[in-house]
Design a protein around this ligand. Structure first.
Ligand SMILES: Nc1ncnc2c1ncn2[C@@H]1O[C@H](COP(=O)(O)OP(=O)(O)OP(=O)(O)O)[C@@H](O)[C@H]1O
Length: 931
């Protein structure tokens, strides 16, 4: 019976939720601490306590007095950070080394008592352990060396226990002092990061795959002037940025107060993370921070001997001035983040589920940003040489160093043609021994030519740093993700909801999957499943498996391309449902709807039993679009186009990635409707043109180096994508998975209802669709044209023409003349849908659809939303229609077809209101002039 009982308890314990198990261990340790304290500190008289005393004091002697404290510390640690199980080994080794050396030292102090002298003598020293360690040591190396050896062992134990490598002891002590003095004692210590620098490089994932666990706050410094007021004076914390991406540099005003526009900005601020030491002239402050004597402020022509100062160049040098050669690398301190508000730590989901977001400080920290290194000096020299050799009156006046590339700025003398420098691109490549030289003329917002050259000493941009940056922490929008760092070392974050759809392209190994990992991890770290749901499509089957089972998923990760195509159709249906809902309740955007639902200002008709819940954003990620386009090109294109044209207001956003950015994958229609682009290194100039409509991506250096062109920007900005290790992803996934099960929707990948295709079309549907498209777009009903263009025989072309006639697409035969075409190009989408059997009955479309946007007008027919005109006008039109027709809640509120976690909703006030402050996306459209 006892055996059975023990077995069942053991079985039950192993089935316990790991969180409870760890808590259980914590309580056990706490109880043990109390017992040992009673025995050792207070000498309480009881049988069991006597045994405990014999065990503890017998083993450790006086060192046993510390055991209650150690046990208490361990238990508190388990309670506070239950996810540190894997560090148990380290803590164990540290404690053993520390405990053993302490016991041995006590044994030495007690005068090396031997066991025959009695247990009491041993207990008054270091116990059995002290005897076993100190006595042999004394015999081996004499008493004079025993003590130093034991002290060293204790020091080693302490370092292991606190996870402090020896070289970081000083900075840890300093950080400790900063912590003790409230984080103020360190202001102005600009160049402190140096001692971390070289060693942190060893943790570079690209080189070693190593993964640093502890997050250190480095170079802590005082708060910037004015920074504290942002939260205090009640200004909205969300950044009202007018493009999807925000760049922010340390030293910039707090985001939201003049955060810079990514490119083309006329504001030229100093570059790099100068921190508090930087004045208006970035170089002066930086040089001062580094304590370098004799550095020149500003851009001095004498930096390039022989080149005359460009006349009329009155540009405030935003870039670092050309520094004195052989100067020390300049490392900027990591920002102090201690006084930034964290993203809501605990969120309550409906059903009283308390959900805690993963701790962003657990993500590893990267190397501090260098604004200058000796490598840059040699490149400046090489560039200057080239300019001199070709006798061009131009000078390298400065540079801004990013994590992977540095942009050198060249100013021209009067009357010097820009082409003289740009024509030298091959010579420059040769001089700096790098094929990936990209020339920008001009640098947006500056009268200077930019020459971007890869750094020989690259830095890794860690997602943790980007998400911990001020700009990311102040954005409460759940769809804000960390992108990386720009070429000036500023953090780049982007709001996926404002993209509103993103195309990610790049050759194999260029960094797409890493970006997608960073993106998904950002979402998991920043948003609850009630805020963002995801559909992940991974035809490659390996890239996204780590996310299987996270509660943000709406359906298991889809690996089958056919199923993926069906899922896209489900998304279209979902979008339509959301539109129905929005229109029935009289809202234009899910943000408005959600806000009203949270405030409780929207009510269902009295006879409806529906419980309104906010709609989560729906993020659909396709990791290889080419695989989908191979199995069902038309269906996928149709769905993508439909989603991208309409889904913004419904809170549905697509991210499409492909390594084959050729026109058969990224078709004109898809491209026209996915306005934001992220191009990693492409294998050809043609691919770069497909993605960005301009060259440049073929010059990227791979491994996360990218050109980012969010909607509304004319020039792409160069960013180094953020890196997140597999271990970090695993930790984040484990954190979210342990809290909540995913609530999968069954119907996402269920095959769509069988379409009603006319029997007499039979197997000819595809070719009939092509024939209809051809005839309608050309407005030319000729059988021989069909023969030629579709490469079909006469009989087949004739039959197609008859079918078209029977569907009233062309008129009757008129002998040798071409037939009349009865359908206008505007109505083509609707006609094609009807032929396919999934369209609504024929209905006249709303006019005004431009011929280059053939899918506009489709929605008039199915009532999902009226669109018309070119893409930029569409919102206006739709809004107008809404305003006219839908003044308030419609009579028949639709049933709750959106069942995703339909029984749960957000109730947390802080989240409920959080991201609305920045204005719904409608504001963004106004700001970009698209509203
Ligand atoms: N942001 C980054 N920072 C540092 N290294 C990176 C970054 N992104 C990618 N890399 C490096 O490049 C390698 C390939 O990246 P990744 O797997 O993302 O390429 P990909 O474009 O997805 O390739 P594929 O199409 O074959 O999947 C990574 O293993 C990593 O070493």
């Amino acid at each position: 019976m006892v055996g059975g009982l023990v077995r069942s308890v053991h079985h039950g314990a192993s089935e316990l939720d790991p969180v409870h198990r760890r808590d259980g261990i914590g309580f056990l340790l706490l109880a043990a601490a109390a017992v040992v304290a009673a025995a050792e500190w207070f000498g309480v008289d009881a049988v069991v306590l006597g045994w405990v005393h014999y065990a503890v004091a017998g083993l450790l002697g006086r060192a046993g007095l510390a055991v209650p404290l150690v046990l208490l510390g361990l238990s508190l640690r388990l309670f506070r950070r239950p996810d540190t199980e894997q560090e148990g080994g380290r803590v164990g080794v540290g404690l053993l080394a520390l405990g053993a050396s302490a016991a041995a030292l006590l044994h030495v102090l007690a005068g090396f008592p031997a066991p025959p002298e009695g247990a009491a003598r041993l207990q008054a020293g270091g116990g059995i352990l002290g005897f076993l360690l100190a006595n042999p040591l004394e015999q081996a190396v004499s008493v004079y060396l025993t003590v130093p050896v034991l002290v060293l062992l204790a020091g080693f134990g302490l370092l292991v226990l606190t996870a402090t490598p020896l070289h970081q002891v000083t900075s840890r002590v300093r950080d400790g002092l900063v912590w003790l003095t409230g984080g103020r004692s360190h202001a102005g210590a600009g160049g402190d990061g140096d001692d971390h620098d070289e060693d942190d490089h060893d943790e570079d994932p690209v080189e070693t795959g190593a993964h640093g666990a502890a997050v250190r706050r480095r170079g802590a410094r005082g708060r910037r002037p004015g920074e504290g007021q942002v939260g205090d004076d009640g200004e909205p914390l969300e950044v009202p940025y007018d493009t999807a991406a925000v760049v922010w540099h340390e030293g910039d005003p707090p985001p939201g107060r003049g955060a810079r526009r990514p490119a083309g900005s006329s504001v030229a601020r100093g570059a790099g993370d100068g921190g508090p030491d930087r004045g208006a002239d970035g170089s002066t402050g930086r040089d001062a921070a580094a304590g370098r004597p004799g550095s020149r402020p500003g851009a001095e022509p004498s930096a390039t001997p022989g080149a005359s100062r460009p006349a009329g160049a009155s540009v405030v040098p935003a870039a670092a001035a050309v520094p004195t050669p052989a100067a020390e690398p300049v490392v900027t301190p990591m920002p102090d983040l201690s006084d930034l508000p964290p993203r809501a730590e605990q969120l309550t989901l409906t059903g009283d589920i308390v959900y805690s977001l993963p701790d962003v400080t657990q993500l590893r920290a990267g190397t501090p940003h260098k604004t200058h290194s000796p490598v840059n000096d040699s490149v400046v020299e090489a560039l200057t040489d080239v300019l001199q050799q070709f006798q061009i009156d131009a000078a390298v006046t400065g540079y801004t160093r990013g994590p992977t590339v540095t942009r050198y700025e060249v100013e021209l003398g009067q009357g010097v043609k820009v082409e003289r420098v740009t024509a030298l691109s091959r010579n420059i490549s040769y001089a700096v021994a790098s094929a990936e030289v990209r020339i920008l003329s001009p640098i947006p917002g500056k009268s200077a030519i930019g020459i971007e050259i890869p750094n020989a000493d690259k830095e890794t941009v860690c997602l943790g740093d980007v998400l911990r940056s001020e700009v990311a922490r102040r954005s409460t929008h759940p769809m804000t993700i960390g992108v990386g760092k720009d070429v000036e070392g500023g953090y780049v974050v982007a709001n996926l909801a404002k993209m509103p759809h993103l195309l990610v392209a790049g050759a194999t190994g260029a960094g797409k999957s890493s970006f997608i990992n960073s993106m998904i991890t950002s979402v998991l770290v920043r948003s609850t499943p009630d805020e963002v749901r995801m559909i992940l499509v991974d035809p490659k089957r390996v890239e996204l498996t780590a996310y299987e089972g996270v509660p943000h998923l709406i359906t298991p990760i889809i690996t089958n391309p056919k199923k993926a195509a069906e899922a896209l159709q489900w998304v279209v249906a979902e979008m339509d449902h959301r539109y129905d809902d929005l229109s029935a309740f009289g809202f234009r955007h899910v943000d408005d709807f959600n806000k009203a639902v949270r405030k409780g200002t929207v009510s269902v008709p009295p006879d409806s039993k529906r419980v309104l819940t906010p709609y989560p954003y729906l993020l659909v990620v396709v990791d290889e679009l080419a695989d989908l386009m191979m199995v069902a090109p038309r269906d996928v294109e149709d769905s993508v186009v439909r989603i991208t044209q309409l889904a913004r207001a419904a809170g549905i956003h697509l991210v499409l990635a492909t390594q084959r950015p050729s026109v058969d994958v990224v078709t004109g229609l898809i491209k026209a409707n996915v306005p934001s682009r992220l191009a990693f290194a492409t294998s050809s100039l043609a691919d770069s043109r497909v993605v960005l409509d301009q060259p440049g991506a073929e010059k990227l250096i791979g491994q996360g180096d990218a050109l980012f062109l969010p909607m509304g920007m004319s020039k792409p900005m160069r960013v180094q994508g953020a890196w997140v290790t597999e271990t970090e992803v695993e930790e984040v996934v484990a954190h979210v998975k342990v809290q909540l099960q995913p609530a999968y929707r069954e119907d996402v990948t269920a095959p769509a209802a069988k379409k009603q295709i006319d029997e007499d079309i039979g197997d000819d549907l595809d070719v009939l669709l092509q024939a209809a498209e051809l005839v309608v777009t050309t407005q030319f009903g000729s059988t021989s044209m069909l023969q030629r263009k579709l490469r079909v025989g006469f009989a087949k072309a004739g039959r197609l023409m008859d079918l078209l006639e029977s569907r009233e697409i062309v008129g009757p035969s008129e002998g040798s003349k071409a037939r009349d075409v009865m359908v206008r190009p505007d109505d083509l989408p609707e006609v094609l849908a009807r032929l396919r059997g999934d369209g609504p009955p024929a209905a006249p479309s709303g006019g005004g659809a431009a011929a280059d946007a053939p899918y506009d007008g489709w929605d008039d027919a199915d009532g999902a939303g009226a669109t018309g005109g070119a893409r930029d006008d569409r919102d206006d039109d739709r809004d107008d229609d809404r305003d006219d027709d839908r003044g308030g809640p419609g009579p028949a509120a639709p049933v709750d077809r959106y069942g995703v976690g339909g029984d749960r909703a957000l109730v947390g006030e802080e989240t409920a209101e959080g991201w609305d402050d920045d204005g719904s996306s409608e504001d963004a459209w106004e700001l970009t002039g698209r509203g």
